[in-house]
Design a protein around this ligand. Structure first.
Ligand code: HEM
Length: 461
């Protein structure tokens, strides 16, 4: 006998649309979890979703044989711009397999090492900006990290310089992408008839065109002027799928370029912003991290060989992504009728299950009574490797897990030492408490910092 899955009271026709805050869905999910516990269900227009909040249930659905990635809600809307690119491809779409097999080696450790110089180049642009603005400037951390991650993925993936640090206003492409993502998120919680009446389509379509035009221009330029750089774009243009021998179409290459730009910037930028927040709120962790960086690097810039020596930094990043995974939820569909939660909850074939990763990664049964605290020590000295299976999954799970994990990790391991070698950092408002902003990802809202050059460290530019 299974246990019924609780369901909050709903409105006729609309279901629970009004129960989910369209601007900050994680807030509603948190409140519902407090009320209903490890599992509940809600109805959004005509579809029913089950939400899970505990480690045990997340563990049960982290099984590619029983559950597959679900493309609905915001992801389905993002398909309007990036079609069957890797992130938004539906499980049965052939192009996913071709692109996945072609690109996985490029995102492996050897491929990523080759990107070190380009990553360093862009990280230094951020450092120089902060140096030149000086301690008088209140820095919007998330904005500058976004500039850096955007420029880095564009440079590494397609050898294209967006140069966002050298512009007063946003690059038109960057603005279009930000608007497109925001509107895609809103559409997931708004009836399509409302979107039509309010006239959101014209601007949305114009943004999609701006994005596609740039991707197509870059592809055309590369075809006319081959570089031999063997970056991700080259691999997509010339590579053949080892399994089928097929190549990607220009349309799918364009979708994947846009996919890398979307998936590869906000997530990393948001992790860096959260990391700054947690370090500034926990001075002892900041002290230990600075000590490690000074010890490992002294006044030398970080090199590829140094990154794995930064154990405490690796632990800080893991702990930060446990507490605040930038992609706060992911969704899967059941392949068949099944039961989760040690025989407790029946899940029907095709049922969508939303995993509230930002809550499951704080389950006290795994992380203890201090699960809500930032404690990098719990990720040190082999503890991370000994975690129960699937307990830490800010990069998703299984065959649809993040292809860019090593890329993002290296990018962050380069930037953070550069910042701490050069600056004393402080919050603009010392009593700031974490507030969230949500688009496809979550990030700290209105979080400003000040960066004062460290007098004792004259690290060469
Ligand atoms: C997939 C998180 C950085 C490209 C995913 C997924 C998560 C994730 C949770 C799985 C989503 C799902 O199951 O629905 C992150 C985080 C990052 C990051 C937290 C940074 C800290 C990157 C970067 C790139 C990238 C830098 C590209 C350079 C992708 C792609 C997929 C993906 C293409 C789809 C993979 C597939 O379905 O085959 N990411 N990501 N990500 N990520 Fe990332």
């Amino acid at each position: 006998m299974t246990t019924p899955i609780p369901c909050p009271p709903s409105l006729p026709f609309l279901g629970h649309v009004a129960s989910i805050d369209g601007d900050l869905p994680v807030r509603s999910f948190s409140l519902l979890a407090q009320q209903y516990g490890e599992i509940y269900q809600f109805h959004q227009f005509s579809s029913r979703k089950v939400v899970i909040n505990s480690y045990e249930l997340m563990h049960d659905v982290s099984d590619d044989k029983k559950f597959i990635k679900n493309i609905s809600g915001a992801l389905e809307q993002v398909r309007n711009g990036v079609g069957d690119g890797l992130f938004t491809a539906k499980p049965d779409e052939e192009n996913w397999g071709i692109a996945h097999r072609l690109l996985t080696p490029a995102f492996g450790s050897v491929g990523i090492r080759d990107m070190f110089d380009d990553m360093y180049d862009v990280a230094m642009q951020l450092v120089m900006k902060w140096e030149r603005f000086g301690p008088g400037a209140a820095i919007n951390a998330a904005e500058d990290f976004t500039r850096m991650t955007f420029d880095t993925i564009a440079l590494c993936a397609m050898s294209y310089r967006l140069n966002t640090f050298y512009r007063e206003t946003n690059h038109p492409f960057v603005q279009s992408m930000a608007d497109f993502l925001l509107e895609s998120g809103h559409r997931a919680f708004r009836a399509s008839v409302v979107t039509n009446i309010l006239g959101y389509n014209t601007k949305y379509e114009a943004n999609i065109k701006t994005m596609a035009d740039l991707a197509n221009k870059i592809i055309a330029e590369r075809k006319n002027n081959p570089t031999g750089k063997n970056d991700l774009l080259d691999r997509m243009l010339h590579g053949k799928d080892p399994k089928t021998g097929k190549q990607l179409s220009d349309e799918n290459i364009s979708y994947n370029l846009l996919t890398f730009l979307i998936a590869g910037h906000e997530t990393t930028s948001s992790t860096l912003s959260f990391l700054m927040y947690y370090l500034l709120k926990n001075p002892e962790a900041m002290r230990k991290l600075r000590e490690e960086i000074d010890e490992v690097l002294g006044d030398q810039p970080p090199g590829l060989q140094d990154l794995s020596k930064l154990k405490y930094l690796n632990a800080c990043l893991r702990e930060c992504m446990r507490l605040s995974p930038p992609s706060p939820t992911r969704a899967v569909d059941a392949r068949d009728d099944t039961i989760i939660g040690n025989g407790k909850y029946a899940i029907r074939k095709g049922q969508t299950v939303i995993i509230a990763v930002f809550l499951t990664q704080r389950d006290p049964k795994i992380w203890g009574d201090d699960a809500n605290e930032f404690k990098p020590e719990r990720m040190l000295d082999g503890s991370f490797e000994k975690l129960p299976p699937h307990a830490w999954q800010p990069f998703g799970f299984g065959m649809r897990a993040c292809i860019g994990r090593a890329f993002a990790w290296q990018e962050m391991l380069i930037l953070v030492p550069l910042l701490l070698q050069r600056f004393e950092l402080a919050m603009e408002n010392p009593s700031y408490d974490l507030a969230l902003k949500q688009t496809l990802t979550i990030k700290p809202k209105d979080f400003y910092i000040r960066a004062t050059p460290r007098k004792s460290r004259a690290v060469p530019l």
